[in-house]
Structure formats: structure tokens, C-alpha cells
Design a protein around this ligand. Sequence first.
Ligand code: MG
Length: 339
Amino acid sequence: MRWKRALDWLTPLLLLILAYPAAAQPAGSPVASHGALSVKDGQIVDEHGEPFVMRGMSLFWSQWAPQYYTGETIDWLAKDWKVDVVRAAIAAEGNDGARQHFDREFAKASRVIDAAVANGLYVIVDWHAHHAFPDEAETFLTAIARKYGHLPNLIYETWNEPLREGVEWSRDVKPYHLQVIGAIRAIDPDNLVIAGSPSWSQDVDLAAADPLPFTNTAYTLHYYAGTHKQGLRDKADVALGKGLALLVTEFGTVDATGDGPLDYAESERWWDWAERNCIGWMAWSIGDRDESSASLKPGTPVGNWSESDLTDSGKLLRQKLRGAAERKAACHGPSASIR
Ligand code: MG
């Protein structure tokens, strides 16, 4: 039975080839250590089934800070800021985004994903919209799924921040996700998907009352520490209590306008809450606009930043991320949380 012996040889070889993209992640990198992510019992878990808390940075709107959608920026965030994850905020509002310039914005997302893979980082492709554009979101994110859905690095975020006025979860936002996530799942059955909710992704309690039917789906929670405080944490606790997995894909250390003074005390309260609940976070933003939520001062180049290139928020975030990486900030699982 020579063919049988050949199969014995070939099978592990084929498995190795199939697993190659995961195996190729740089040793010691977040993706090399944690592999493909999934959702289990209201928690994002790694390939070993352990709760996984990813921390990192969101890039600024892709049409307004395109220069940072580049390998040099992602390399620097991996090396110097020690992020686990980067978020590409692919612009879908206005007249100069992915709805009008598909190829240009797809190339930006691809550059960020390729650089994340080279560094062994997780990467969120975020459809950065306030209004519903389900057909355009489906076109963009399914194209991403076809090109990158086999990689453990990739995470989809299907609707950044649905508005509040006139927007209801069950009537408006859930059907949108059913369409867009359903289309992604037809191509990529397993990678993590993150869903937004009304009131700028704060109504996670309403989503928890009528959740999506998909596996490996978590819900984003957005906050700006200068504006959103204990009341929003209470809403999030309701969602957690109902078994929803949460991930903070965007938060600010300042006001909800993206500007105003840094709120150090409330930022710490939010980080404590996230740690207790094993919830990962990405800060807004890597950009150089003249506002306090920007991490970079106006005109900052694409990498190799010195301390003097960073704003006060940028300095604080870099210090938090490096500190978390240094103590390998582990999560002790839902049993250790306040749930
Ligand atoms: Mg997949």
C-alpha cells in the first residue's frame, strides 16, 4: 500500500502548508502566541481557549490621515508602543471615502493588514460610518474577507458608530448586521466580528436584549472619558451580565468631541473597569490633527517618533501600552471580574 504510506507523509506536510500563514507570524508576537480568536461564554478567547485582552491604537479616519496607513507606522506601533492590535478606520462618511474611492481605500486597508501580519499583530478593519450604508459595507468587507479571511490576524468591525436619534437596535442596526455579517460569514466562517450599536456604540445593553445569531461575534463599546462615566459603565455591566462579549475598539482620554482637557482620573477608572472585566481596548487616535485626542502633534512623520512628537494623550497611551506589554497584563477570566 505504497499510496497509503505516501499519504502518511503528505498529510502532515499539507497541514503544515495550510497552517503556514499562522506559523509565519514572528516568534513572540501577539498572533504567534494567541492565534485565531473566538468568543466563548461572553469572552474573547485565544486559540488555547484562554481569555485574551488585546490593547492597541486606532488610526484616525483614513481619508484625513492617509499617511499613517503605512508599514512604517504599524512597524513603529508594534516595536515602540508594543500594541497587540491596530484598527484601520476606513472612512465611509462624506464624499471622500471608501464608497466613492473603493480601490484607494482598499489599498490603505491592505497596507495596514500586510504590515500587521508582518509584525504578528491583530488588525481590525473598521467600516467607519455613522450612517447605514449596508450594501457598500458588504462590498468592502467581503472583499477584505476574500483576500485576508484565512489569516488569524483579521477582525472585522461592521459599523463604527450608529447614531442615536431615530436609530433603534432591533429595527435598524440588527438587520444591518444580519446583512453585512451574514455576507462576511458566507466567505469567512470564523474570524472575529465586532458589531456597533446605537448612540455611537453605547447601547450594548439593548443589543444584549436581542443579540445577533452569529458565532465569534463581540460588540464594541465606545467611550470618551471626559464625557462618559459611571452611567455608561453601568450599561456595559448590564450587557456583560447578559453574556455579551465586549471590546472597546475606540475610546478617548478626552471629551466626546475628540478635544478638550485630558481626564486622567476618569481614564484610570475606565482602564480599571476594563481590566476587571478582561476587556481589550484601542485608543483614538493615531493622527496629527490639532485636537487633544490626537496622539501626534501636527506634522509628525510616519514613524520613529520621539517623545516630543507626542501629545499629552499620546504620551499617556504609549506609557499604558508599554506597561501592559511589560507585565504581560494577563486576564484572570470572567470569574475574577465583577460580573
Ligand atoms: Mg477565517
